[in-house]
Ligand binder design. Structure first.
Ligand code: LLP
Length: 430
């Protein structure tokens, strides 16, 4: 069962279950496509990280972008994590979920004036600053609001994370962070600015990283900056190592979190700084599935592939189309009467790139229910309304119970935004 975590998913009487709940029962109750997440699976992932990183002061800031459903954010708060956000919208989500703004770190290259003001007003923990221009803007906004802003520089260590180019962030040709060469100068500038309080340093070199070496290489670059800052009289409170920890989708050996934690501990043990992590994927990816039903089977004519057209599409889960990502696909029910054969699992969207999986051996009949694995991270959050498809609903499972934590989007939800608008005369807004 490649990517289906056996502690969370199991076949009971030939039906795939998530914790104690049948995925067939969830589909019957809420329809498909639907995302289903396991509370226990997420809780175990958080506990594993806490156990692996034995640094005396560890702060996990969950990267909201991976899965921002309010129920997941509420769960993260209960589990004691803070949050890493990249937009004012994500900050609103954290607040709506009852999260403490004082545990929020704000990353991202394009923070607007409105977003900075919002973050200052609610009192976030700190900004991960990604450019000289942003540092100047934060200082200016803090002055206008009569506040002091806590800042940490996101340094780009120019390390190859050996991951998909679209999700690599720590190379100098990537738009993220401040080049190492510029970091000291900006810290000096921040130290002299009465509106700014320097609290830390940050890096994030990419996502779905399965090797420890690039992560440790980045840490070593960051620590050199920390030491140089110390000699300049600037003492940091925390060192933020980003996220990036990889998981199993197919047959990858995922990052050895315990070995990574032990290495970091060895390197950091004598340092006074708190250790901050910003994990997203590793906490939620394998605790979730996307449930989808076969609409039509189009068996091959000649040597063409056989297509199973399902009711989920690239607008629901774009990772296969965007990153050539591989997601495991499982039949929820054992279709005893069907022959096993190879299928391309495709959606209803009018694009050849609309596929969830290719060439998978499955026994399918019309109406078969499928679970697309490892869909808890970067699934629903990247969903769109392409082809005016409503976004899927989401369910959170806890033991033998489940609850609908986001209802299915209706076409009225989509049309409302356009029906409410009105034409304005040219120049009316100038
Ligand atoms: N912190 C920052 C500043 C980030 O940019 C990211 C992810 C994270 C934390 C969380 O990283 P994680 O632990 O999840 O690797 N949509 C892509 C992934 C993009 C990740 C971008 N940044 C995907 O579906 O693979």
């Amino acid at each position: 069962m490649a990517a289906l975590d056996p502690d969370t998913f199991s076949y009971v009487n030939d039906v795939l279950h998530i914790e104690g709940v049948s995925l067939a029962d969830i589909a019957a109750a809420v329809g498909t496509p639907a995302y289903a997440y396991s509370k226990a699976g997420i809780s175990r992932a958080v506990a594993r990280l806490q156990d692996a990183f034995t640094h005396s002061q560890l702060d996990i800031h969950y990267a909201v972008k991976a899965n921002s459903n309010l129920a997941i954010l509420r769960l993260m708060s209960e589990l004691g994590t803070g949050f890493d956000i990249v937009s004012g919208g994500e900050l609103s989500r954290v607040l709506a979920a009852g999260g403490d703004p004082a545990t929020v770190i704000f990353s991202g290259v394009g923070k607007s004036v409105e977003e900075i003001d919002f973050a200052l007003k609610v009192g976030i923990e700190c900004f991960n600053v990604e450019s000289a221009g942003e540092l100047a803007r934060i200082s200016e906004r803090a002055a206008i609001l009569g506040q002091e802003a806590a800042v940490s520089l996101r340094v780009n260590p120019d390390v190859d994370a050996q991951t998909h180019p679209y999700i690599s962030t720590g190379l100098k040709q990537n738009k993220f962070g401040v080049p190492l060469e510029q970091a000291l100068e900006l810290y000096q500038q921040a130290a002299e600015d009465p509106q700014l309080r320097i609290v830390g340093i940050d890096c994030h070199i990419g996502s779905q990283i399965n090797q420890i070496e690039p992560l440790l290489e980045a840490l070593s670059s960051i620590l050199q900056v920390v030491d140089e800052l110390q000699s300049m009289g600037i003492t940091l409170e925390h060192i933020d190592l980003g996220g990036g920890m990889g998981v199993t989708y197919e047959d990858e050996t995922p990052l050895d979190i315990e070995a990574y934690g032990a290495s970091v501990h060895q390197i950091m043990a004598h340092r006074p700084q708190r250790l901050v992590l910003e994990p997203g994927r590793s906490l939620v990816a394998n605790a979730g599935v996307l449930l989808t039903r076969v609409e039509y089977l189009k068996p091959a004519l000649g040597d063409a592939p056989s297509f199973a057209v399902v009711d989920a599409a690239m607008n629901d889960l774009i990772r296969p189309a965007l990153y050539q990502a591989w997601h495991d696909v499982h039949s929820v029910n054992n279709e005893a009467d069907a022959q096993t054969q190879r299928w391309d699992i495709v959606g209803p969207v009018c694009e050849t790139g609309d596929f969830l999986a290719k060439d998978r051996e499955l026994a399918l009949v019309d109406g078969s229910l499928l679970a697309v694995a490892s869909a808890g991270a970067y699934g629903m959050v990247q969903a769109s309304n392409y082809n005016t498809r409503g976004r899927a609903c989401e369910v959170l499972v806890d033991g033998d119970n489940f609850s609908l934590v986001r209802r299915r989007e209706t076409v009225q939800d989509q049309l409302r935004l356009e029906l409410d608008t009105a034409w304005t005369q040219a120049g009316e807004h100038s």
